[in-house]
Design a protein around this ligand. Sequence first.
Ligand SMILES: Cc1ncc(C[n+]2csc(CCOP(=O)(O)OP(=O)(O)O)c2C)c(N)n1
Ligand SMILES: [Mg+2]
Length: 327
Amino acid sequence: MMLTREFDRQMMIDQRQSKASFYMQSTGEEAIACAFHSALREGDMNFPTYRQQGLLVAAGYPLELMMSQVYSNSRDPLRGRQMPVFYSSREYGFFSISGNLATQFVQGVGWAMACALKGTSSIAASWIGDGASNETDFFSALVMASTYRAPVILNIVNNQWAISTSESVARGLAPSFAIRGHGFGIASLRVDGNDFLAVHSVAAWAAERARANMGPTLIEWVTYRAAAHSSSDDPSGYRPADEAQAWPLGDPIERLTTHLLRTGVLDESDVAALRVDVVDEVRVAQIEAQSHGTLKQGPVPSPREIFEDVFKSMPESLASQEREAGY
Ligand SMILES: Cc1ncc(C[n+]2csc(CCOP(=O)(O)OP(=O)(O)O)c2C)c(N)n1
Ligand SMILES: [Mg+2]
């Protein structure tokens, strides 16, 4: 969680320094992705949104590759073809992020159904926000997950805001998002998403159910988006500046730190050392990533690359454009 927060802090500064075109932080929501990761095994697949970078950080994905993607530099694994923060790694169980929100729900259910049909023990985890959960894809996914008992975990991250719209708008007359699952007969829970240990145990329970062929679990993770929606947003225009501090569930990093100190797992010097370590780790990765360029300076991919990786066999119409461009 600390590493994810430090990574976000640094990338946000880099965006402000024009080294990246765009950035999205997960500040205040780190416990959800970081603790959820522990329930997954190799071969499982997340269908994440743009705010689950903690899944990759917790999985040990190289920070310099995440940064290179954010900078759209010459080492960007996605070669500048995705928006910054839209990571993708099959190996790390992180499906390519789609900006078309809620697609993650139908795709995750379909992927889970395929796992079941193939007889593997892999499971899928779909991710959605409170706002996007009003898309029809959300409900289509629930129908299919319920009908086919898909081995999927359906995660709704209720961070209280959908850009400038309160979660209460998407929730409508329902008392919670979790309750939507009951009509479909899907086991549904509403969980304190700022409690690392609660996320850890609920995610493990849901994963075990999926693997045991007991079907889908819908989880509403209650949390608070402490930072702006994105680098293009200014929340002071639509919510009180001190709302995050007043949020009753508190900061997930502070909560787990307090718990570990009180139970004697860590002492103050361990925590201080951790703080130094995460800053160092991010700094080292940043130097490495920036040696391959940033949006502002350094090597850029050749325009030739725009012709690659789209079609298995390039159609003549595109081949003639490639020749015309002199490649
Ligand atoms: C289908 C779709 N509609 C609208 C948008 C534009 N959009 C991008 S982020 C966002 C807010 C989403 O809020 P929420 O689902 O609560 O997720 P959060 O950003 O809070 O994590 C919107 C409306 C989109 N990307 N996709
Ligand atoms: Mg939201």
